[in-house]
Design a protein around this ligand. Sequence first.
Ligand SMILES: Cc1cc2nc3c(=O)[nH]c(=O)nc-3n(C[C@H](O)[C@H](O)[C@H](O)COP(=O)(O)OP(=O)(O)OC[C@H]3O[C@@H](n4cnc5c(N)ncnc54)[C@H](O)[C@@H]3O)c2cc1C
Length: 304
Amino acid sequence: MVSQLSKEFIELLKAEETDIYLDEPMTLHTSFHIGGNADCLCEVKNVEALKHIILLCKERSVPYFILGLGSNLLVSDSGIRGVVIKLGGEFSAITPINDTMIKCGAGVTLAGLCVYARKMSLGGLEFAWGIPGSVGGAVYMNAGAYGGEIKDVVVESTYMDSNGNIRKHKENEHDFSYRHSIYTDTDNVILDATVRLEYKNPNVISDRMQDLMNRRRTKQPTNHPSAGSVFKRPEGYYAAALIEECGLKGCTIGGAQVSPKHSGFIVNEGGATAEDVKALIEHIKKVVREQKGVELCCEVKFVG
Ligand SMILES: Cc1cc2nc3c(=O)[nH]c(=O)nc-3n(C[C@H](O)[C@H](O)[C@H](O)COP(=O)(O)OP(=O)(O)OC[C@H]3O[C@@H](n4cnc5c(N)ncnc54)[C@H](O)[C@@H]3O)c2cc1C
């Protein structure tokens, strides 16, 4: 599909420091390697450029979507109408605030932040080693693993609202809960987050990170395209165990397969479409509902 945006609108987008990609395949920006084209993907370098695009989109009633590292997304086969905004440039900065606090741009990768924290002998982020997202995506989702969640370390975040105002949330104002934050299902753009960590021997930090990575590699299909766990953990159950008990391990629709290694993951076995994945999700939900009486809810976000 060719971009639905007018030439005039695209020219206006270019006014501030921004890299613009028209008809950009979302296969290149999602860990599933699935999705049609985005009308326009803008990589913004600073706050002014972001504000310019958000206000322009608002004025012209063009929808915008904030992309992190695309590791929790299923983008539709027909792509994304409007503007996809990716945070680059100054949003990739990591700045120490004091001995134990670090401010990081929303575009920083969790991996980059974990490595930086270890270099500074600061522990508390080991749980995040191996989560393939950005700081913005992690705060939005309250990402977590192995007993840790981003809510344990975030003390403050800065965001831009849909009017271009810059505001902050502190501590409990984040309303963090399981895979949810105050940012969930809003148009607000997370600009940065400040984390509070604690001094730890870097060798102890490294050992923990290595241990968690080994556990991931043993249990998860880390070498296949996926978006991680497709379903949230239902109260009192494990989604993967329910799916396996229903005999769905390895179940395949088109190019989408319930991972034979971890039933909570759907993997793209090659050429999977978003429709294949959606059909498989619906099939899993139906079978688990019928056999176990449990309603599974998606953790993966549908876009487009
Ligand atoms: C192999 C694999 C393993 C995984 N393991 C885990 C795990 O252990 N624990 C876990 O929690 N998750 C896991 N995930 C899922 C995923 O990595 C996390 O949800 C991650 O936090 C998503 O970050 P992202 O930058 O990729 O966000 P995206 O997938 O790009 O976006 C997710 C949502 O966040 C929003 N968003 C992103 N950045 C911003 C921003 N700056 N401002 C406002 N909104 C924003 C997007 O609009 C979207 O709604 C895994 C995924 C994979 C592929």
